[in-house]
Design a protein around this ligand. Structure first.
Ligand SMILES: [Ca+2]
Ligand SMILES: [Ca+2]
Ligand SMILES: [Ca+2]
Ligand SMILES: [Ca+2]
Ligand SMILES: [Zn+2]
Length: 318
């Protein structure tokens, strides 16, 4: 079944980080975080095609980037994870189809994110009738609105009927912002965050019946068993202090449509990667991996050993 969801759009809260003096409106929010604001699943509207941007010419990139790309040789058109790249061999495979013009530097962040996901998700997902094994993500770099404003958008575009596991997704980034965030060493985190949305994190929860409460009611919870176990054991202080802990893991209810309802609560989980606001430093907690397990993926999370350290993306580069 092809099922088009809206796309999760992301944009910085208060502008891009650290380009100016950090005054209000000129940089990130006071806490240095970015909002994946308007991460609105209804962003594109039901049935609306993804933004069909013209390819960005390398000449339109900042001079240094274009030169670096030219020096590094031609960019990839497709990449599949889990086949040994970065040392990762996994039955869970992500194929990225690159559209538009790319730099190898930016593509490296997609490769890292995909290999990372293949290292924490270990099990094969049944191929689609069309033979997709296990998800195809179309990644496009295009001119959207220049520096600031919209960073890009991402989300699943086709979902398996019974399992609710996506088989197709899109990730689109504004060229100007991608270059800047890559210079700020944030693009890798942004790409991984958005790739998680393509896998269904925060984007299929509701239809998969994994949440309770509501954004409107100002209390929404993810109530998958594995994530609840992770919440209890990894964030034990927060868990103990949470009067509604038995309802599940707190989900973001601020930030408006898209940010709300599709992320871990930022006030609670701060610089966890899958909160709706990205920080200068972010990490992937076992709770995020546990949520993927609850979504039907076979992952490295094991609920009997919830405190075992979770591999981080940079570990693949070590
Ligand atoms: Ca596979
Ligand atoms: Ca498969
Ligand atoms: Ca922009
Ligand atoms: Ca955060
Ligand atoms: Zn997000």
């Amino acid at each position: 079944m092809m099922m088009r969801l809206g796309l999760a759009a992301l944009s910085p809260r208060g502008g891009l980080p650290a380009q100016g003096d950090g005054s209000a409106g000129d940089g990130p929010a006071d806490d240095g975080s970015w909002a994946f604001a308007a991460d609105a699943f209804e962003f594109a509207g039901a049935g609306a095609p993804p933004q069909d941007g013209a390819p960005v010419l390398l000449a339109a990139l900042p001079e240094g980037a274009a030169a670096a790309a030219a020096a590094a040789g031609p960019y990839l058109t497709t990449y599949t994870s889990g086949l040994g790249g970065l040392g990762v061999v996994s039955d869970f495979n992500i194929t990225i189809v690159f559209e538009g013009e790319w730099t190898t530097e930016l593509q490296e962040e997609f490769i890292l994110a995909a290999e990372y996901l293949s290292s924490i998700i270990t099990g094969d997902i049944r191929n689609t009738r069309g033979g997709i094994d296990d998800i195809t993500i179309t990644a496009t770099l295009l001119d959207i609105d220049g520096e600031g404003g919209i960073l890009g958008q991402a989300g699943p575009t086709a979902i398996r009927r019974n399992s609710h596991i996506p088989s197709q997704g899109v990730m689109e980034f504004d060229t100007a912002d991608a270059e800047i965030s890559d210079d700020d060493a944030l693009f890798d985190d942004i790409v991984l965050h958005e790739m998680m949305h393509c896998l269904g994190f925060g984007t299929t929860w509701k239809q998969a019946g994994l949440t309770t409460g509501s954004v409107r009611g100002d209390d929404m919870r993810f109530d998958g068993l594995n994530a609840e176990v992770a919440y209890m054991h990894i964030f034990d202080d927060l868990y103990a202090a949470d009067p509604d802990r038995t309802d599940g893991v707190p989900v973001e209810t601020d930030g408006g449509s898209g940010t709300a309802g599709g992320h871990w609560d930022d006030d609670t989980f701060e610089n966890e990667l899958m909160t709706g606001y990205i920080d200068d430093e972010n990490y992937v907690s076992a709770m995020t991996v546990a949520a993927l397990e609850d979504m039907g993926y076979d992952t490295v999370f094991e609920k009997w050993y919830p405190t075992i350290p979770i591999l981080q993306p940079d570990d693949l580069l070590a």
